[in-house]
Design a protein around this ligand. Structure first.
Ligand code: CO
Length: 467
């Protein structure tokens, strides 16, 4: 795959994935096209033959894997990302009518940056359950696709202090306007949903709609921007960029060792759920793949997990928000995330392994550590390490405006991550790079790097994007 091909597909994927449900549905399509076999948690798997498989939980989390040799002998190449992004989620009884307009009330999902949600052309998408005429319950994904709502700002004339101090009350200030209300008009949200469901699925015999998980999203499509197309801007780059990149690395590489990708929902709200990283999804799949406890522990000890979630690039207007010696730059390669307090699970061993992969892929690599006087974020890496015992390296593409309705990344960095992950999947189980002194690690290779490797590959010096 060429870089332009990668980027165009990434932009299309993000546009078509306004919710974690849609992201998983699209990735399922990609996997099926590549010949992966779907497994169901409700069925017996038995001992699986070598091949490519995937399993979905809650329509919003997915695990795909390629089985090769005996897992207890080789371990697995694991990698993970999260499917959810901060946004506004519709409340159960959402409609509110006053002053001739009808609004849809929503909760804030995750740590959203709220200011950018004003004056955007919003649409609505998610999962909807419904009863057919026989009373059987079903669920479908819906997406209004067109702009149906907006949260208007208060005019500067009515708030002269708006540019000096602006705090947002998420209960009262952030209610999207959805329609002009007419006198004596009786509007029911369930009727709006039923109409949309029948529009998207005319073949369905819908009796009544029941419950839903619906999210507002910005209809502006992600785009390549910058005078020379240096950047990508779009919603949900955190972390759909990683979901897409992991998927592409998995399907575009001749896997030389058993490999697994997990995409978890609910990272932005703490990961505790049946489908989140702190739930049992990954552990239960590993149990089924290696039912014998001792062999499973051997597999875990020989495995590695690359946790990919966007990092903070240094912001040109706010450079003081970064530690001076750790300034991830856009288009300068993936960033290894390190934290003394285990907010990131990276160790010296796993970081060195990732550097080796970047070196093999001819990709620059950077380091991130949070300033000591600021709180550090976290991600699925430490949670997965804690839940499974698998060693983790936390990495990510440097980005600006994380958790805004529109984020920015360097247009080359996802591509760099893709090439690095291809090297990872491509390492043979027998290679010295995989085995090393620590079962899976390239100790000899790292020692060689210590002498010969350039400062840039270790992230300590200036790095140049290889355009
Ligand atoms: Co994230």
């Amino acid at each position: 795959m060429l870089e332009t091909d990668y980027t165009n597909k990434l932009l299309r994927f993000i546009k078509g994935a306004p919710t974690p449900f849609h992201a998983v549905a699209h990735i399922e399509e990609i996997l099926l096209e590549k010949g992966f076999t779907k497994l169901f948690e409700t069925s017996l798997w038995g001992p699986l033959e070598a091949g490519s498989y995937y399993v979905i939980r809650n329509d919003s989390s997915l695990i795909a894997f390629i089985l090769k040799e005996d897992l207890a002998v080789t371990g697995m190449r694991l990698m993970g990302a999260h499917t959810d992004s901060p946004c506004l989620k519709v409340k159960p009884n959402p409609l509110k009518t006053s002053n001739s307009v009808t609004q849809i009330c929503a909760e804030v999902y995750g740590g959203a940056l709220l200011n950018p949600w004003f004056d955007r052309d919003l649409s609505l998408a998610g999962r909807l359950t419904w009863h057919d005429k026989g009373g059987t319950q079903h669920s479908r994904l819906i997406d209004f696709t067109k702009a149906i709502a907006i949260i208007p700002s208060l005019a500067i004339h009515l708030d002269r202090e708006a540019n000096k101090e602006k705090s947002i009350n998420a209960q009262t200030d952030l209610v999207p306007v959805v329609m002009q209300s007419l006198k004596d008009q009786d509007v029911h949200f369930q009727d709006i949903l039923k109409k949309q469901l029948q529009l998207e699925y005319p073949e369905l015999q819908v009796n009544e709609t029941l419950d839903y998980e619906l999210f507002f999203y910005d209809t502006q499509a992600p785009a390549k921007i910058g005078l020379h197309g240096e950047f990508l801007s779009g919603a949900r780059l955190d972390n759909l960029l990683s979901c897409f990149t992991l998927t592409q690395a998995l399907i575009n590489t001749e896997a030389n060792c058993s490999s697994l990708m997990v995409l978890n929902d609910h990272e932005e709200v703490g990961s505790v759920s049946t489908s989140g990283a702190q739930g049992p999804f990954l552990a239960s799949v590993l149990e089924r793949l290696v039912p014998d406890i001792e062999k499973r522990q051997m597999c875990i000890a020989k495995s590695l997990f690359i946790s990919a979630d966007n990092a903070h690039a240094v912001h040109p207007n706010f450079p003081d928000k970064h530690d001076k010696n750790h300034l991830p730059l856009m288009n300068h390669g993936p960033t290894i995330k390190i934290n003394a307090n285990q907010r990131y699970a990276t160790s010296s061993i796993t970081a060195a392994f990732f550097r080796m992969l970047c070196e093999r892929a001819n990709v620059p690599v950077q380091d991130f550590v949070m300033r000591n006087d600021m709180a550090c974020g976290s991600t699925i890496g430490p949670i997965t390490a804690g839940e499974t015992g698998i060693k983790v390296v936390d990495v990510g593409v440097p980005s600006l405006a994380m958790h805004s309705i529109r984020e920015t990344v360097g247009s080359l960095d996802g591509w760099y991550l893709f090439r690095t992950l291809k090297e990872y999947i491509n390492l043979t189980a027998q290679s010295d790079e995989w085995k090393g002194e620590h079962d899976y690690l390239p100790i000899n290779h790292i020692q060689a790097l210590g002498n010969a490797c350039s400062a840039s590959a270790r992230g300590y010096g200036p790095v140049r994007p290889q355009v």
